[in-house]
Design a protein around this ligand. Structure first.
Ligand SMILES: NC(=O)c1ccc[n+]([C@@H]2O[C@H](COP(=O)([O-])OP(=O)(O)OC[C@H]3O[C@@H](n4cnc5c(N)ncnc54)[C@H](O)[C@@H]3O)[C@@H](O)[C@H]2O)c1
Length: 256
């Protein structure tokens, strides 16, 4: 066994030594922790975001709107230009919405679907030809429990995340025999800057936090790093037998 193989054993400190990883939504919350942890475990990380000023140290910042085809093409082209390949793609960028079907405007619907669902489609469409040519690759898409169960006032968001789960399975089936693994993660409510903003904007932040915590059997919100660790597992060789699945990280929310 070489040093690199030893380092890459599951749970080791450098499972991603020599790997090229692209993470979207890497300037905040869950994506920031993904980028930080992949870098910490030895990967060359391209950290894409609308505003990449605050991506983790040691990662390559890229200004990307994942709903814009030209931006996503440029993101993948940059990874190929710098490193010649992409081993892992984490389509994590996403936006929220807090309306029901009656109140959701067509503009909001298209915006949420455009980032959360079309963004994932574009990322996979651009990266897959390179992964197929290499005969290997792992994709981790960030979905949500909102794509699995109904949550109040999350019409467009739920539809977008349901699409991510379904597309993850379709792409996994399409290329399971070509060395490509495609999985998604379904977080419950996570204490990211997004959720902190959502709480701050609510009429009664303490009550809203209690309500969100109360849905999760473990009695707390998740941390962005806890979710990132699940993505690292799915992207790692320890998950070589795992494809087409949704890994739920929700403190028991959907088990109840
Ligand atoms: N926080 C939660 O409770 C929770 C729960 C389930 C799923 N998720 C999902 O996790 C992902 C990350 O959420 P978070 O809580 O870390 O949010 P966050 O707002 O803290 O971070 C999201 C990042 O994505 C970036 N982004 C938004 N739109 C983009 C676009 N069009 N192109 C490129 N980058 C864009 C933002 O600039 C931001 O840096 C999202 O897909 C979200 O739907 C979050």
């Amino acid at each position: 066994m070489t040093t690199e193989q030893a380092e890459n054993l599951g749970g080791g400190a450098r499972r991603f030594a020599g790997r090229v990883v692209v993470v979207t939504g890497a300037a905040s919350g869950i994506g920031w922790q993904m980028a930080r942890r992949f870098h910490e475990e030895g990967a060359a990380v391209l950290a894409a975001d609308l505003d990449p000023a605050n991506v983790p140290a040691g990662t390559e910042p890229l200004a990307v709107d994942v709903s814009a085809p030209a931006d996503v093409e440029a993101m993948v082209a940059r990874a190929i230009e710098l490193h010649g390949r992409i081993d892992v793609l984490c389509n994590n960028a996403g936006i929220g919405s807090g309306t029901d079907v009656v109140d959701c405007t067509l503009e909001e619907w298209n915006r949420v679907l455009g980032v959360n669902a079309t963004g994932v489609f574009l990322g996979m469409r651009c990266a897959l030809p390179h992964m197929l040519a290499a005969g290997r690759g792992a994709i981790v898409n960030t979905a949500s429990v909102a794509g699995m169960v109904g949550l109040r006032n999350r019409a467009a968001y739920s539809a977008s995340k349901g699409a991510v789960i379904a597309l993850t399975k379709q792409v996994a089936v399409q290329w399971a025999d070509a060395g490509i693994r495609v999985n998604c993660i379904c977080p419950g409510t996570v204490d990211s800057p997004w959720v902190q903003r959502l709480l701050a904007d609510s009429d009664d932040p303490d009550e809203e936090r209690r309500r969100l915590v109360g849905r999760q059997l473990v009695g707390r919100l998740g941390s962005p790093q806890e979710v990132a660790e699940a993505a690292l597992y799915l992207a790692s060789d320890a998950a070589a037998f795992v494809t087409g699945t949704e890994l739920v990280i929700d403190g028991g929310l959907t088990a109840a």
